[in-house]
Design a protein around this ligand. Sequence first.
Ligand code: PEP
Ligand code: MG
Length: 609
Amino acid sequence: MTLKRRRTSHKPSAVHDQQTLYGLCGSPGIVVGKVVVVHHHPEKTRRYTLQTDELPAEVERFQAAVTRAEKELLELKNQFSKGFAEALSILDSHIQMVQDAMIIEGTITLIEQDGLNAEWALSHILGDIRAKFDRIQDVYIKDRFADIEYVVSLIFGQLAGQQQDLLSATDKPVIVVSDDFSPEDTLRMQANNVLGFLTEKGGLTSHTSIVARSLGLPAVVGLDKITSKCTTGETVILDGFSGRVYLSPTRDQQKQFSEYRRQHRVFSDELAGYIHLASETLDGLRIRLSANIEVLHEMQAVQKYGAEGIGLFRSEFDYFQQAEPPDEHSLCAGYSKLLAGLAPDPVTIRTLDVGGDKFAARIRNSDLSLEYERNPALGLRSIRFSLKEPELLMTQLRAMLRASVHGRLRLLLPMISSFNELRQVKHLLQEVMAGLERANIPFDPDVEIGIMIEVPSAVVMADTLAAEVDFFSIGTNDLIQYSLAIDRGNESVAHMYEPLHPAVLRMISQTVSAGHAQGIEVAICGEMAGDVVTAPVLLGLGVDELSMRPSAIPHVKRLLRHSCSRQLAELGVLALKCADGVEVRNLLTRYLPTYYPEEFGDQCRNVNS
Ligand code: PEP
Ligand code: MG
């Protein structure tokens, strides 16, 4: 069952189902636009029709693909020396074939007369040719069909290749579609006129989704076979709030979604009124609402949405914006800017957290020692990787410490699973501090050190670990993954990824108790901190800080300001007693409308999902 929030209930009702695809809400927002399918497989081509005024451009697109396929063959031919006569003659025949009238003119006629997209027209022509060859008895001639298929595949490749280029350099805003995108693709998209994206793979807390949310790029992920269900040039509505995608919507549907988008804008304007208010409950309990960011330029968003500092700076993106890892100087410059810009608020910088679904391919291709792993989530991830590359870690620690004089630094260590790891990092930190002292470089010797609680062993050992650090930050994205044994990026098990599973809630509660017993603060920086349905439960479990994407802060703050600490605590106690996530959601279905009628009011209902 799902708990529906009031604000998402203006859903247009007249959208018909044949054209509606259901995925996961990768990143909120609604966009309407033409799609570009990347890594498109010709054999999965989908038919769609174009408007008359769109046909010349489609023919041009097809002809450009043919020209590029021919160029590809000519370049290949130039690479062969004269000695390969047979290969050269095959290439020559392919070069002739690529301009074959039956293929080219047949395809163009289908585009122009029937208003079909190029991929479909081409595959239709290929089907006709195949039927003709099937009737031929001569085995030699029959076999020539393989050459035609090959040449046509080159044209398909070029049609897809044009789409690849569109990802990096599109002048018209588009929605990009692929089986998967990496977090870095997502960063590139933002700079490249991309309206949003759709993927087959991915989950709610896969890093690609997190980055998309952070950049405000609408996305729907986990869409079964989306690359074969839509085709480049087709118009779609991407609804990142509900995880739905509408293929080839009617003008009426588009109008309805514009209205829906307008209502969201009105709601956002209303929330803006909360930005400068204190983040406290009705009875005065202060909760720090801080920001999760990935790149430096998001600092503006931190200020814009009224975050009280940064609860999580995912420093890994600095490492993969260019070919070489950044040096101490450039890291220090970036960190200093963050610290000075947000002082006196704290800035929590996490040491490099790579591996798993984050930049693993990039590291494997670099000089660093990350081999292909069969089980990357349980492999050389995060702090394990940093400890294997101590020079890399020490450079980062040195940059952080040097920046610490510019504001309030909190240094955060990811995925600590044993006391020994913490001890090793502390040892390296002391070495770095001693080096800075020797070189007379100023730094804050009392910099706060915290660890992320992301694996069950850290929860179990939280009392021991708490005595050694200044704060805890619970990474629920990973804690859920590791405690429920659900790959956070795997769409096949995404339905089992339950943040409100009582096992997860008990772990959070245990961590909070262990931290408070040692007098240290406990924050949550996983995605559930920024969700208005789950946030009340976290507050009820006694956390001191919620860190989330900056744009989520006003909404959570509004909720907080309508809360009463005693009621939240009662909710926490009741949630811990539940048998499973369904029970917790049932509990919330009763609780939320009662205490937040404005927010969840009469629209709150149970729905089977
Ligand atoms: C988490 O695991 O909850 C977290 C915040 O870290 P990341 O999402 O970067 O793994
Ligand atoms: Mg994590």
